[in-house]
Design a protein around this ligand. Structure first.
Ligand SMILES: Nc1nc2c(c(=O)[nH]1)N[C@H]1C(S)=C(S)[C@@H](COP(=O)(O)O)O[C@H]1N2
Ligand SMILES: [Mo]
Length: 551
């Protein structure tokens, strides 16, 4: 049986080129729409996950050194632009191909689109600092392109289609029917002047236009982020008037794979409700202290920086951190004690809560007690020696040792309102989370990693433990159902930071084993083995991992 495609029929040769370019245009327009919307999504919600840029990074990672050197040699400092242009050109080429494929052999065009999207997804998620949000742009790219491609290819003028247009082009496909039986209206469409053709062109133009507009929007948004990021240099961090307690040499254990004592900013977990990171101009930022106060206080950024700022190392934990989870980090913060600002505002007797508000509307309700009892509760401007990164609250956030972030660590903070717990609620309280959120005593095993294989003999088990405001006094490790064995504790920085611990498991024998950790705080409280969910006020239970020991 002879398979005759429409463009090989007697009337078609004239239009063979069109039979390619229209589906190719559909593919291009669909890809532009997908790419544009995805880049815009990335610019808004996941600035690190631009599909083009993450694929670029992936290419740099996998390209052999020789090729890299050649490209750098050829293009010098333009190498990055060359890379981006190449990626976009390859994408457009593949997109054109996908259009042609989809018009002839659906759904292979869409499959090609999904394949490209999968590469972008892999590129976005394979970075060390990737978060789940980073998956969104690639998935959006995949979805939008595939839908647009289907939409456009099913609206191709009939002569381009073999699948959907099978009825219209049936005479060409069915050998027993002579070409003479091509429906009468076909030539009109084939010469490209029919209403089908115009409609297709309009749809394609609109699709491509959406893509281009979105790309422009993404550029605009990215430029605004770069400008906001550059503004961080406008106000260099002043010298602290009080330095952080020196970190004892014995606070960091020399164990391969253990969590670093200080979490680098780039690796610090990020949790917030902000779909797009607020970009605050530090020259217009103001903080107001309002509500139940004798004096309302207002302060701008320059004034804040001119105050005596104090440095302190504090661990910040999220209430949503499950036992063993990584929604916790430790940084050296620079900021102004909140109690000093409150002293100027003079809260009235009745106030028992400070409701802090972010520029984007998030609120946290913090007991006044925690802000005035002498702990390092600060309006932070610096994080590990640099101005706060945009996503960690630039220009100013709160950091309060001992309380989960949702009730204390307001980023992009613009107002502190003195009020009462029986009058106001922080953002998460009406959403099923407790009004008060002290951080619970907990501990985590970092090495060996869950589910890994280690060789028999002497195995170092290590991790971190924390009990803010109290301190850790002991950590014990249990192998399978054996006795609890004391781990060695690294020196503490302070009661407000996590503390490293290590235990050497001698004579580990081959087989599958379970390792458990349990901390005791300085008040003698032993970490409970009773499990509690993260809601409403933080998880409990013991972190447990399984490893397979090989002979
Ligand atoms: N403006 C604002 N601040 C916020 C939040 C938020 O959603 N919006 N989330 C809080 C929560 S739940 C946590 S755990 C910490 C996380 O801070 P990080 O992203 O710097 O690690 O920020 C807190 N501050
Ligand atoms: Mo959180």
């Amino acid at each position: 049986m002879v398979y005759v495609t429409p463009d090989t029929t007697a009337v078609a040769p004239l239009h063979r080129a069109q039979a390619f370019w229209r589906p190719a245009a559909a593919g291009l327009a669909a890809a532009l729409a997908g790419l544009g919307v995805a880049e815009l999504t990335a610019a808004w919600i996941a600035p690190g996950a631009s599909p083009v840029l993450t694929v670029g990074v992936l290419v740099i990672d996998i390209v052999p050194a020789g090729v890299k050197d050649l490209v750098i040699g050829l293009f010098g400092t333009a190498d990055k632009i060359v890379l981006i242009v190449t990626i976009v050109l390859v994408l457009l080429l593949v997109a054109a191909l996908a259009g042609i494929l989809e018009s002839r052999r659906p759904p292979f065009g869409r499959l090609l689109v999904v394949l490209i999207g999968a590469i972008a997804l892999f590129a976005a998620l394979s970075r060390s600092s990737a978060s789940t949000l980073d998956a969104v742009p690639a998935v959006v790219a995949m979805g939008v392109s595939a839908i647009a491609l289907t939409f456009l290819t099913t609206r191709l003028p009939v002569d381009h289609r073999t699948g959907h247009a099978a009825t219209a082009s049936a005479p060409a496909r069915v050998p027993e029917q002579a070409p003479a039986q091509v429906p009468e209206q076909a030539p009109a469409r084939l010469d490209g002047s029919g209403p089908d053709r115009r409609r297709f062109l309009v749809y394609t133009a609109i699709t491509a236009g959406i893509g281009l507009l979105a790309l422009a929007g993404a550029q605009f948004s990215a430029a605004a982020t770069r400008a906001a990021d550059a503004a961080r240099a406008l106000f260099p961090l002043p010298t602290p008037s009080v330095r952080a307690a020196a970190i004892p040499a014995g606070a960091s254990l020399d164990v391969a794979g253990i969590t670093p004592l200080i979490t680098p900013n780039a690796d610090f977990y990020r949790i917030d409700t902000a779909l797009s990171v607020p970009r605050i101009d530090p020259t217009t930022w103001r903080l107001k202290v309002t509500g139940m106060v004798e004096n309302e206080v207002e302060i701008d950024f320059a004034e804040l920086l001119a105050l005596p700022l104090e440095e302190s190392t504090t661990t910040l934990a999220c209430v949503s951190n499950y036992v063993g989870g990584d929604l916790i980090g430790n940084a050296t913060w620079l900021g102004y004690p909140i109690r000093a600002l409150l002293a100027r505002a003079k809260p009235t007797e009745r106030a028992d809560m400070v409701l802090s508000t972010s520029q984007d509307g998030f609120t946290a309700g913090t007991p006044i007690e925690a802000l005035t009892d002498g702990r390092n509760a600060i309006l932070a401007v610096g994080m590990n020696g640099e101005p706060l990164p945009l996503e960690h609250g630039y220009p100013v956030r709160m950091v309060v040792p001992g309380l989960y972030g949702y009730v204390s660590a307001t980023k992009w903070v613009v107002e502190l309102k003195l009020t009462r717990f029986d009058q106001e609620q922080g953002y998460w309280t009406p959403r099923g989370w407790s009004a008060e959120g002290p951080v619970k005593l907990s501990s985590r095993i970092d090495v060996p990693r869950q589910g890994t294989s280690v060789s028999a003999g002497s195995i170092v088990v290590a991790g971190v433990a924390w009990s803010q405001q109290v301190g850790i006094s002991a950590v014990a490790v249990q192998i399978d159902d054996g006795p609890w064995q004391a781990a060695a504790l690294a020196d503490a920085i302070s009661v407000d930071t996590w503390r490293q611990w290590a235990y050497t498991w001698d004579r580990a024998v081959a087989g599958d084993h379970t390792i458990r950790v349990r901390a005791t705080d300085a008040a003698g409280l032993v970490q409970t083995s009773a499990t509690a969910d993260v809601a409403p006020d933080g998880a409990t239970g013991l972190h447990e991992i399984s490893v397979s020991v090989s002979a």
